[in-house]
Design a protein around this ligand. Structure first.
Ligand code: TRP
Length: 367
């Protein structure tokens, strides 16, 4: 580890700095979209829901429409870190791509590439050099991994779980992305990625730095709570509305959403989080400020709020659901789009891996 000790050690508590960098980055993207490359992604574990939509997906669509080159990784290897079930990974991968395309991420636009990381061996090979650039104590301190281990109730942590943030650094650096739209929970992984980029450049790229130091782009949307009032909307907790849910299913789930006993509807995040959450979702869907919606409903009670939410959300989701249904009839096109994304990822990955191996003085095989 002595080589690492010469470098500044990795610190994960840089939230304020991340926010500041994120704001500056956002401004520059608006001015110079062509200068940036976005990489972000998700694990293929289930259907995307409105929490994903308002929290991150719409932001990705906006960036892509600005013309920013956008890589979206379907992190299928990452699924294996905390579960043993793997029979549906391929199906979930295709479904996730379908959800992306339904929200408006268009692989035919020429600047959007959707690919599973297991399809890009060049990307995965970066993991080997990167593993030598971080210390075990640094990985042990990662707060997001700590939480995930707790949540997965693992008796013994596997090394895949322990090292997946390094793999995630490969997801980001293989294409030299500089802009990573993520939620707060992913910031430790980005900090690690920045550290790996810096150390790689310092150790092997003194003459010619290879990697940029990527930055997180934090979304302004506050986290959407689960409809049961719990801290997070998630499919496994049965408190979410999937993008692909029908209008009737949407109405039904909203009917069961938790509220409180005060008939008068008001927007009060601190004291009435469940009602505030419904007002916020209704606000995203309708474009009307939550305070105004609350005022209009007033003593109409939770029933009226839920009716308004159902109507505005279904209206917002209608074009997206229509597109989803159309795409679903043409799964071959969805698969072809993934294949195209993977081909581009491999091409860029091969280029980066070539530079990396050369910088490390590895033997270059003759064809
Ligand atoms: N860890 C992310 C999640 O669980 C998924 C992910 C994998 C990712 N690779 C990434 C996100 C690279 C951003 C950049 O949601």
């Amino acid at each position: 580890m002595s080589q690492l000790e010469n470098n500044e050690s990795l610190s994960y508590d840089t939230f304020a700095a991340s926010v500041q960098r994120s704001q500056a980055l956002e401004e520059d993207i608006r001015k110079n979209p062509q200068k940036h490359r976005v990489l972000t992604g998700d694990r293929p574990t289930g259907d995307l829901h409105i929490g994903h939509l308002f929290g991150s997906l719409l932001n990705r669509v906006k960036l892509a429409k600005l013309g920013v080159e956008t890589f979206i990784v379907i992190a299928d290897y990452q699924v294996l870190t905390d579960r043993e079930v793997f029979d549906r990974i391929s199906e979930c991968t295709v479904n996730l791509a379908l959800d992306y395309m339904a929200v408006g991420l268009d692989p035919d636009s020429g600047n959007v590439f959707i690919f599973p990381h297991s399809c890009a061996p060049e990307l995965n090979q970066l993991l080997l050099p990167f593993l030598n650039l971080v210390s075990i104590p640094e990985l042990e301190r990662n707060p997001t991994v700590k939480e995930e281990i707790e949540a997965a109730k693992m008796a013994r942590m596997n090394a895949g779980m322990f090292t997946y943030p390094v793999h995630q650094a490969a997801d980001i650096l293989f294409c030299k992305a500089d802009t990573i739209p993520v939620g707060k929970d992913q910031l430790p992984h980005i900090e690690l990625t920045r550290t790996i980029a810096r150390r790689f450049n310092a150790r092997y790229g003194a003459m010619k730095p290879i990697f940029p130091e990527p930055q997180g782009l934090l979304s302004n949307a506050p986290t959407i709570l689960g409809l049961d009032g719990s801290q997070k909307m998630s499919k496994s907790r049965n408190n979410s509305i999937a993008l692909k849910a029908t209008e009737d299913e949407t109405a039904k789930i909203i009917k069961t959403a938790k509220t409180d006993s005060d008939r008068n509807i008001a927007y009060d995040k601190a004291n009435r989080p469940e009602v505030a959450n419904l007002l916020e979702i209704a606000s995203y869907a309708s474009g009307i400020a939550p305070e105004k919606i609350a005022q209009d409903i007033g003593s109409g009670g939770a029933g009226k709020l839920k009716a308004f939410l159902t109507e505005s959300l279904n209206e917002f989701l209608r074009p997206l659901r229509t597109r989803r249904a159309e795409l679903e009839k043409n799964m071959d096109y969805v698969r072809k789009s993934i294949d195209k994304g993977a081909a581009r990822a491999r091409e860029i990955g091969a280029q980066t891996l070539g530079e990396v191996r050369e910088a490390m003085n590895m033997y270059i095989c003759r064809k």
